[in-house]
Design a protein around this ligand. Structure first.
Ligand code: SF4
Length: 166
């Protein structure tokens, strides 16, 4: 596809293999030794082919390339290449209960209208208590306190609740 683009070839039956690209981005980030962008070339032809109404026809008989096992990407190398090695640590599930000092509860975690706060700074709230509600006649979701505590502040976007120390 990169060569087809370089020669400005038209979007026709000769380039429908572009439609088999899943846009995983592995070529950009890992595999392409020339530092070019096969994914973008595929995307270019995918878009043009869609506009032309041309679809890729898969082969009736399909057999995997015998070199397939040699083309697999070692995940350790991929993680290193993406600069994610420092985050690749064992992270087992734990039963440990973490206690928050302060929580910030968003008034809009969805596409609907932001919830309207029904509490004020200094007010004590209980875990599960509704602290912001859906505006009249709107679609949205109410917000509930996730901890026992005191409302620290209310902004246009969040309600901050400080944990009650026992
Ligand atoms: S061309 Fe690139 S983006 Fe497309 S499937 Fe292959 S590796 Fe993934």
């Amino acid at each position: 596809m990169v060569r087809a683009m370089a020669y400005d070839l038209p979007a026709d039956e000769n380039v429908t293999a572009a439609q088999t690209c899943c846009q995983c981005n592995l070529c950009d980030y890992f595999s392409c030794p020339a530092g070019i962008h096969p994914r973008m070339a595929n995307l270019y032809y995918m878009t043009k082919l869609r506009e032309e109404g041309i679809k890729h026809t898969p082969k009736a008989e399909f057999t995997a390339d015998p070199m397939r096992p040699c083309r697999q990407v070692p995940s350790g190398r991929l993680i290193a290449r993406l600069g994610l090695r420092k985050y690749n640590r064992p992270a087992p599930l734990t039963e440990e209960l973490l206690s928050a000092g302060t929580v910030a509860l968003s008034l809009q975690d969805h596409v609907g209208a932001p919830a309207i706060p029904s509490v004020s700074p200094g007010e004590a709230v209980k875990k599960g208590q509704c602290i912001a509600d859906v505006p009249e006649g709107s679609l949205g979701a109410p917000v509930h306190a996730s901890i026992d505590g005191v409302v620290e502040r209310v902004t246009d976007t969040h309600i901050f609740v400080r944990a009650e120390r026992r």
